[in-house]
Ligand binder design. Structure first.
Ligand SMILES: [Zn+2]
Length: 150
């Protein structure tokens, strides 16, 4: 990654997330639901069961670029998804990750940590790749949608 290329991406020119965050399926995962400020997606890699992202609908790089109302709305939706994940997966702890290292479009990873995986160890999101069957993805998405309505 060159500084020039990164500057172009930060401006949203050719942003992959702008192009595919709303799609039913993209290389990263599946659309769970569209909220007012964000798209909620289930990651295809379910090494951490329930790994979900909340992606701001519009292109922005950093939290400080958002208006107060938009910022509150985005985090309210992150919290709403966190509650749904808690209902479905009963994690020991949720991890929230706002990185944007691969694509600088604002999004938050929500990663349920379990005792089986030792919630005290540092998070390595790419430690393993675990792919589910199509019915298993559908069941996970359905459970999350139902929990989001509760
Ligand atoms: Zn974007």
């Amino acid at each position: 990654m060159t500084p020039d290329r990164w500057t172009v991406l930060k401006a949203g020119d050719g942003c992959v997330i702008c192009g595919d965050a709303h799609l039913e399926e993209n290389p990263f995962g599946y659309l769970v639901v569209e909220l007012e400020h964000s798209f909620v997606r289930l990651a295809k890699n379910q090494y951490m069961r329930g790994w979900t992202t909340v992606t701001l609908k519009r292109h922005a790089n950093e939290l400080w670029e958002l208006s107060d109302e938009e910022l509150a709305g985005f985090w309210r939706e992150v919290a709403h998804v966190g509650r749904a994940l808690d209902l479905v997966y009963q994690p020991a702890k949720l991890n929230y990750g706002v990185f944007g290292n691969l694509c600088p479009h604002l999004h938050c990873h929500l990663i349920p940590r379990t005792y089986a995986d030792d919630p005290t160890k540092p998070l390595n999101m790419n430690e393993q790749e675990v792919w589910l069957s199509p019915p298993e993805y559908a069941a996970a998405i359905g459970a999350l949608r139902r929990a989001l309505e509760r």
